[in-house]
Write a protein that binds this ligand. Structure first.
Ligand code: ACO
Length: 329
């Protein structure tokens, strides 16, 4: 009987649309609509300095395909090698078909399954765990796992409490079957009772949008829950792999807010120089934030083969999870 394989991260890629929009530029644009904000407020409360916003002719699948193409090239693979596509997104191109099917078409992938995964800002960690299980069960050999969002389209640009927080972008990884483990463990959680603290409740029904189509959030409730579950899920996945926080080379948490990242690192006893931070450059890109941060830190040479990386998602649902990986390349 052949042994079931493990999975490794064989490649990564990312894509950010257009030029960055600074806090100053955003404040000027909002001022034209009578909305008051400032670089100082945004920077001090969130750590965000700028974000990218996709032009009207770019959809989630465009960003996802560009990031996916880069991840495939990084892994030395072509479309014929990919036998699973999972896109984590809360801003799909359409109600259906799935964004993953559009990505499959755009990249010329013609075999295997393709589907979307909806777990908001935990989406990528959910998708990576799912792809790992496919590979470990021998159901896929090369999975393209993408987090991609155009959150700018579900923001109420008159609500200064939320519109300054988010950005658009995409990040991707190729997970590949291997004899030695790359993915060391994962944990996923959800608590639906907190669905009301962060959501976009509007739906299309009977030819009309029914309910509020914009993101709403109880910021302080999200903050409190986020720091709690980021700590508990980190400890849980490390216990599963029998590793300590000292053995984590890099922490890559969901990039919601610099204060959430700092709190989490402090509670875990991980020094700030071992935390990958992109929220200042990208804002909160929801499902794209973890793979974008991973790719950036890998390409700038911080992440290296042999290192242990702890990736964490947390967001609407309420959902959260963690993936622990040892880098092999
Ligand atoms: N510019 C200027 N003033 C603002 C802005 C803004 N963009 N937004 C809100 N304010 C004002 C409010 O009107 C309020 O004014 P008031 O005191 O006169 O009434 C004041 O600032 C304080 O508002 P709060 O909402 O209480 O501000 P808070 O300190 O809670 O910070 C924040 C808000 C940054 C959202 C915080 O709650 C937070 O970090 N929450 C975590 C949630 C988060 O990061 N969500 C991202 C998505 S969720 C996820 O990804 C997990």
């Amino acid at each position: 009987m052949s042994e079931l394989p493990y999975s490794i991260i064989a490649g990564s890629g990312s894509y950010l649309p257009g030029d960055p929009v600074s806090n100053e530029d955003l404040a000027k644009q909002l001022a034209q609509q009578g909305i008051e904000t400032s670089d100082t407020w945004i920077r001090e409360r969130t750590g965000i300095c700028q974000r990218h916003i996709a032009a009207a002719d770019l959809n989630t699948s465009d960003l996802a395909a560009l990031a996916g193409e880069r991840a495939m090239a990084d892994a030395g693979l072509t479309a014929k090698d990919i036998d699973l596509v999972i896109v984590a997104t809360s801003t799909p191109d359409m109600i259906f078909p799935s964004t993953a099917c559009f990505v499959q078409k755009k990249l010329g992938i013609a075999q295997g399954a393709a589907f979307d995964l909806q777990a908001v800002c935990s989406g990528f960690v959910y998708a990576l765990s799912t792809a790992d299980l496919f590979i470990r069960m021998g159901k896929a050999r090369n999975a393209l796992v993408i987090g991609a969002e155009v959150f700018s389209r579900i923001l109420d640009w008159k609500d200064r409490g939320t519109c300054v927080l988010f950005g658009d972008g995409a990040g991707a990884m190729v997970l590949q079957s291997a004899k030695e483990p790359g993915i060391l463990g994962h944990v996923l959680h959800a608590r639906g009772e907190y669905e009301n603290i962060l959501r976009t409740p509007g739906v299309v029904a009977h030819g009309q949008v029914q309910g509020n189509p914009f993101l709403t959030m109880d910021g302080q409730a999200v903050f409190k829950l986020a720091v709690e579950v980021l700590e508990s899920s980190a400890r849980e996945v490390l216990a599963q792999a029998q590793l300590s926080t000292d053995q984590v080379d890099w922490l890559i948490p969901h990039q919601a807010n610099i204060r959430i990242l700092q709190f989490t690192a402090k509670r875990l006893g991980i020094s700030p120089d071992r935390v990958v931070v992109t929220v200042d450059q990208h804002g909160n890109t929801s499902a794209a934030s973890v793979p974008l941060a991973f790719d950036l830190a890998r390409k700038d040479g911080r992440l290296k083969a042999g290192q242990t990386v702890l990736m964490q998602g947390v967001g609407g649902g309420f959902t959260w999870g963690a993936v622990l990986a040892r880098l092999t390349r």
